[in-house]
Design a protein around this ligand. Structure first.
Ligand code: SF4
Length: 260
């Protein structure tokens, strides 16, 4: 079964023709500095997510918040430098300034680290250290987590996941309004999380303008995810032209290649 990106599902809801151009015609928006910065940031978080268990397990005695922060800052700084080194050709090609990139990573990771410091401090106060600290850490977080299921035929990258009494996917949006497609996106992540962790995901959060909006993950939302993913698979298989009736073309990156 062809794996569909959750972002293709939200894009399909915005404009089916956009997904047709991308997946059937193979048209891609030309890579930009912004896209490369985002891709590099994902690489940083991929390594960070894999290394956090070792960092937390290395805490063997009581530490202050600033000492814990220092551990995280060092880890992020090392990963950032490694990412810069491994991608130096791309960085040069897209005129990315190493210092600015490091600063932007620091800024992005700051709130994520603060959440973790508070969880670690509370768990230390309950008497846990080392491997036990990691095992009993509550809440636990994953940031920009890449997730995929061949069985569901879906993949995505979740902004943040909070593990406490349940599993909570969190999607951050830098706009003022929540759309139905945001809820469908969360439902897509919920399906993937349920598959990976074998636990039901009852709700998710959309973070918007510093506020949190809770979304109930209904069976209807989850069905819509699977339904749209199937529509996209059919569109790809049948190489089908998808008519569009949108007035959204003005700011579309595919405008040049679109016949509409
Ligand atoms: S230009 Fe308009 S119709 Fe074409 S893909 Fe973009 S939004 Fe859709």
């Amino acid at each position: 079964m062809k794996i569909i990106n959750i972002t293709d599902i939200t894009e399909y809801l915005y404009c089916p023709r956009k997904v047709y151009l991308k997946l059937v015609k193979g048209i891609k928006a030309p890579p930009s500095q912004r896209m490369i910065n985002g891709m590099l940031r994902h690489k940083v978080f991929d390594i960070f997510n894999k290394n956090e268990k070792a960092l937390v397990s290395s805490i063997k005695e009581k530490m202050s918040s600033s000492e814990i922060k220092k551990l995280y800052d060092n880890l992020i700084s090392n990963i950032t430098q490694e990412t810069i080194l491994l991608n130096k050709n791309l960085i040069t090609k897209f005129n990315i300034d190493n210092k600015e990139f490091s600063i932007s990573i620091k800024k992005t990771t700051e709130p994520e680290i603060n959440l973790r410091i508070s969880a670690i401090t509370n768990t230390i106060n309950s008497g846990f250290f080392g491997a036990e600290l990691w095992r009993n850490l509550k809440p636990k977080y994953l940031t920009e987590y890449k997730i995929e299921s061949f069985e569901l035929g879906l993949r995505g990258r979740i902004d943040r996941i909070k593990f406490e009494d349940g599993i909570l996917p969190i999607e951050r949006k830098s706009r003022e309004k929540i759309f139905e497609s945001d809820k469908i996106q969360l439902a897509g992540y919920a399906l993937l999380l349920e598959k990976e962790f074998s636990r039901k995901v009852e709700k998710g959060i959309i973070e918007i303008m510093g506020k949190e909006e809770q979304v109930e993950i209904t069976e209807e939302l989850k069905s819509r995810v699977l339904e749209i993913a199937e529509k996209i698979r059919n569109l790809v298989e049948q190489n089908a032209f998808t008519p569009s009736s949108f007035q959204k073309c003005e700011n579309c990156e595919f405008k040049q290649d679109c016949d509409e």
